[in-house]
Design a protein around this ligand. Sequence first.
Ligand code: BGC
Length: 359
Amino acid sequence: MKKLFLLFVAALFVASLSACGGNQVDIGIVLPTQNEERWTQDQERFKSYLDDTDYSYEILFSEGDSQVEASNIDTLISKGMDVLIITAHDSEAAKTAVQNAIDEGVKVIAYDRLIDLEGVSFYVTFDSMVVGNQQAQFLIDNAEGTGNELYLYSGGTWESNAPLFFRGAWEVLQPKIADGTFVVMNAPAHADYINQAELTTEEALEIMTQVDTDWDPAATTTLAQNHVSTFVPADNDTTAYILAPNDFTSRAIRAEFISVYDEVIITGQDADRLSIKSIQDGKQSMTVLKDVRTLVDNAFNIADKLMKGESLPTATHFYGENDVPAVPTEVVVVTQSNLEAAIIESGYYTQEEINDAGQ
Ligand code: BGC
């Protein structure tokens, strides 16, 4: 009888363990929004990577809302996550919830957007200043003579990478604005910095707030429409040069400017499938490919080491006031001439997947 009872207790114990196992999350992933291809792409690439590992994981979206983000983090803490990989919607606003996770013993990896807290174990990122450098260099390489009409646009000023993209672009563009190659048509605040290549975040924000896309397609369209009616000269049978911070803002801005300029040379970022198609069709001029496969791979390797208590890679860069360690990943400029190799032959997307994104 005693034996039977013990067996019964043991069976109950096993049953409750496996029920726990069903809910238990080793790696919690929190991404900012499902409304942008950039982040659904990260979701898909995380899934296909993590499905091949032994770790359990869960991916939650914050829908551009810091409160949803905080409750996502709490949910994952309650499921016993060991490692949190997070792209914050707003990195400042996320600090309280992330600190809470750290206090609960969770290891945190900031993914693509920095969270400047002492307890963050690693920052897995691309080199965002270089993204801006490359966008600017592309515009310069495609301009001749002087007086070229340049429009500047910024990512959402509330987001931690946007100033890096803008400062990176400014440091390359500034000498070409100062020598008259380009004339900045919008963003009057740029005039205060015309002789200064390196901007602090605060200085960059003074210009950025005048040309803030808010990382929102509708806001970008409204802003571009305002600029078209306010700043475009009457005799505009020429080329507009446009610094667009990423792909969806690029497509929205181009749609407005192409109706008033003969030609639009415009940058992008992310290699969204719609923008890849647009480049193939000779519309958007370039994008900056940030290979999410590499970022996912890096994030997993760090998570795996944290889980096993192994030492992390030696940092090459330190970010923020807390010197969060990082080894930034390279980015690649994609234009019509290298698109086939960089996107299709590299297996990033098939032509069919690009076409499927619609038009
Ligand atoms: C990312 C970009 C993205 C942007 C808007 C940035 O933090 O680095 O890839 O386009 O946010 O979501």
